[in-house]
Design a protein around this ligand. Structure first.
Ligand SMILES: NC(=O)c1ccc[n+]([C@@H]2O[C@H](COP(=O)([O-])OP(=O)(O)OC[C@H]3O[C@@H](n4cnc5c(N)ncnc54)[C@H](O)[C@@H]3O)[C@@H](O)[C@H]2O)c1
Length: 435
């Protein structure tokens, strides 16, 4: 099957590469010429574990290629995926659909035979119908169907998530489109991955409802963490006790500095705006958004308190990306916390294993060569992202590097008892502070 993937970012590139691994002929398109230039030379524009290998193997096998233009790529394509960004629209919180609609126009101009136009981007209810309308208006003669096929992969484990998803959701009308989508995901179908066929509207909503639910889970445990701190309970024990209940599950119950990233913040906001527009307000999600926004600032204040004020002090920050194993900094808590500390007069020395390039663009701080370099001469250290390499720091060495043995661990990767025994003044999230 010939597939075109438009948008070669975190989702498009991973999906395109993995679909080529399924055996399809895939052309990945991007209008960022430098990205495509690089990909043609084997340069992967993002950090995603394992992606370089999947790309290399499938390029070599002749199943995966890269182009800037749809013109030649579209000939004979049976499925054309839209995987461009849908960021928050400036000013009102709605999803900005301009990239999706621009691509729909382009697809219309280049449709040849029958194809299914599949929206993989996260888009609000009604978008697939609008895509259909745009193409139909531009090309009344064209033979096509639209399908909604939201993506659930997680950055950092995107390849595995695509190869072994919990489910595939497809919204479309009619057997012809369904047959094409079944063929696209045939290897997963054979693996007995549940493939759920719905209407476009339901499929669009599954994605937003899932993300909002997970965001609510995180926000719930963050509020429990605040309560734990007041009453002397340990949020990790509370989360474990809750998570063992099969109805609740243990995932997304890790207290921390608030959710960030390229999806949850923008998707919760877009969903609540859609719900307001349709007169069915989602009060829970409104609360989740407000609580999470406030939390990032509260975490900055927590750091300030732990340091006894930060004016004129040097704060070592470990981790800047919104989570480990990615270079993605979109809406990362660090983008609120670091500017707050700078504004309060702190000097920041930071290290992130993969985020430095992006951090340089977004933050005016000193980026160090490694974690120990960042801590050298600092008044204390803050763990913002739980990269594995921060889990086993040489605490004796850390103590010799820091002016004062202060650690604020916003990911709870150390044990308060161990840190107190090592002579640290240690502050975690939702746990008794010792030392
Ligand atoms: N990142 C994730 O973890 C994730 C997970 C699930 C769903 N999603 C959704 O997938 C969509 C894409 O997200 P992403 O993180 O991959 O975004 P991204 O910004 O990494 O990638 C989007 C790409 O589309 C390209 N593009 C924009 N307009 C184009 C056009 N007209 N023609 C060709 N290319 C064009 C951009 O240059 C960019 O490379 C979003 O709707 C997002 O919400 C993202």
């Amino acid at each position: 099957m010939r597939i075109v993937m438009i948008g070669s970012g975190y989702v498009g590139l991973v999906s395109g590469a993995c679909l080529s691994e399924f055996g399809h002929d895939v052309v990945c398109i991007d209008n960022d010429a430098s990205k495509i230039e690089g990909l043609k030379k084997g340069i992967i524009p993002i950090y995603e574990p394992g992606l370089d290998e999947v790309v290399a193997v499938n390029v070599k096998a002749g199943r995966l290629s890269f182009e800037t233009s749809l013109k030649t790529a579209m000939a004979g394509a049976e499925a054309v995926f839209i995987a461009v960004g849908t960021p928050t629209r400036r000013g009102d919180g709605h999803a900005d659909l301009s990239y999706v609609y621009a691509v729909a126009e382009e697809i219309a101009a280049h449709l040849t035979g029958y194809a299914v136009v599949v929206t993989k981007s996260t888009v609000p209810v009604g978008t697939n119908r609008k895509v259909q309308e745009i193409i139909r208006t531009a090309r009344p003669d064209a033979e096509f169907d639209v399908a909604s096929n939201p993506e659930f992969l997680r950055e950092g484990s995107a390849i595995e998530d695509f190869r072994r998803p919990d489910r595939v959701v497809v919204g479309c009308d009619g057997e012809r489109a369904r047959a094409v989508m079944r063929e696209v995901y045939r290897p997963l179908y054979l693996n007995e991955t549940p493939i759920l066929f719905t209407s476009c509207e339901s499929s669009e909503l599954v994605k937003y409802a899932s993300n909002a639910f997970l965001a609510a889970k995180i926000t719930f445990i963050n509020e429990m963490a605040n309560l734990c701190e007041k009453v002397g309970a340990d949020v990790q024990d509370v989360a474990r006790g809750m998570g063992l209940d099969g109805r609740i599950g243990s995932k997304f119950l890790h207290a921390g500095p608030g959710f960030g990233g390229s999806c949850f913040p923008k998707d919760t906001l877009a969903l609540l705006r859609t719900a307001q527009d349709f007169g069915a307000p989602t009060k829970i999600i409104e609360a989740v958004v407000a609580v999470n926004d406030a939390r990032k600032r509260e975490m900055a204040e927590k750091i300030e308190r732990a340091f006894g004020g930060v004016k004129g002090k040097t704060v070592a920050i470990l981790g800047l990306t919104f989570k480990p194993n990615t270079d993605d900094m979109r809406d990362a808590p660090s983008l609120v916390i670091v500017p707050y500390l700078l504004e309060k007069g702190a000097v920041i020395r930071a290290f992130d294993p993969e985020g430095a390039k992006e951090a340089k663009r977004r933050l005016d701080i000193e980026l160090c060569a490694d974690a120990y370099d960042a801590m050298n001469g600092a008044d204390g250290v803050v763990i913002l992202t739980e990269w594995n390499e921060f889990r086993a720091l040489d605490l004796a060495r850390v103590k010799t590097l820091l002016k004062r043995p202060v650690m604020v661990d916003l990911r709870n990767i150390y044990r308060p008892g161990t840190m107190a025994a090592a002579g640290f003044s240690y502050v975690g999230v939702g746990r008794p502070s010792l030392g």
